[in-house]
Design a protein around this ligand. Structure first.
Ligand code: SIN
Length: 307
């Protein structure tokens, strides 16, 4: 079902005492104003978290944060997650560089393809925070899709059909694309691509290829909201179904979640911080800025076993 962009969209800002909120698109996303992320109060943080759960992705402009300040703000949300791709930067193991150099002509970019972060882990990260330092003059946007709104727009019959299914998530297809389409560089995706020359994959990569099965309909632990937990990059099957049986369901659901009516798109500028809730949305980074450098830093917050 593809929607005409009318209907039951509610991305209104709620009333907050300690922050100002400007909704971004009809489906999701909001800019948060009136906060200095180097010194948020407890009351501001409570409003920020509520706004995140409501809008699924929120962002701040004009926040020139050091790596330590980025870490300190992140820790308001909980402990850091295992990052499936990098071990961080010197002295800041939980701050992960996402840098694409101007001369990198790789066909694949880190974060390309619709995905939720690392669902192949037993406990995927709950929240991701991305801070921009250098942004190309055009391109390099990130786009998100609201998988809770997509769930709400399914028919009751389809909801019943999928309610007990579990999705098999694996790094398998991303690994294959990295082995085929990235230059060998000292970057998260470059290092993954370099495994093409190994006789045997490292244990750690094998664990992520084996992956995990999680509920297709996921309930948010903070709000009880239900969302479709499926993506285009890591969902490779449905537990108890043959590949032929699972493929049309996965294909329909990814197409359903990512239709333009359910998305918002961020045009980055330096010194932004964007946060999203991986339990309620999927996202994709564009690889459309060849010849320009893009530099961002990412932290991820530990999540729970999806239910
Ligand atoms: C990501 O998927 O975490 C990266 C998104 C981006 O680089 O825009």
């Amino acid at each position: 079902m593809h929607l005409h962009p009318t209907g039951h969209f509610d991305n209104h800002a709620r009333t907050y005492r300690n922050i100002k909120v400007l909704p971004l698109a009809a489906a999701m996303g909001a800019e948060i104003l009136g906060v200095d992320l180097r010194q948020t109060t407890e009351e501001q943080f409570a409003d920020i978290q509520q706004a995140l759960f409501h809008h699924k992705m929120i962002f701040f402009r004009g926040q020139k944060l050091s790596h330590a300040q980025h870490e300190a703000f992140s820790l308001n949300f909980g402990a850091f997650a295992e990052d499936a791709y990098t071990s961080g930067i010197p002295n800041h193991p939980n701050v992960h560089p996402l840098i694409k150099e101007a001369d990198d002509r790789s066909e694949m970019v880190f974060g390309g393809g619709w995905h939720t972060d690392s669902p192949f882990l037993a406990e995927p990260p709950s929240i991701t925070m991305l801070r921009s330092v250098e942004i190309p003059p055009f391109g390099g946007d990130t786009i998100w899709a609201n998988s809770a709104l997509a769930y709400a727009n399914l028919s009751d019959t389809y909801k019943r059909m999928i309610q007990d299914l579990k999705v098999h998530f694996s790094m398998r297809n991303v690994l294959k694309s990295a082995q085929a389409g990235v230059e060998q560089r000292d970057s998260p995706i470059g290092r993954l691509g370099a495994t093409r020359d190994l006789e045997r994959l490292p244990e750690d990569v094998l664990r992520k290829v084996k992956g995990n099965c999680h509920p297709l309909v996921r309930t948010h632990p903070g709000t009880g909201e239900k969302a479709i937990y499926v993506d285009g990059a890591y969902a490779i099957g449905i537990e108890g179904m043959s590949d032929d049986e699972a493929a049309p369901i996965l294909q329909f659901l990814v197409g359903h979640i990512t239709q333009p009516a359910f998305t918002c798109r961020l045009r980055w500028e330096p010194d932004m911080l964007a946060l999203w809730d991986n339990r309620l949305c999927v996202h994709e980074a564009y690889n459309d800025y060849r010849g320009y450098r893009r530099e961002l830093y990412r932290t991820t917050i530990a999540g729970e076993v999806p239910r």
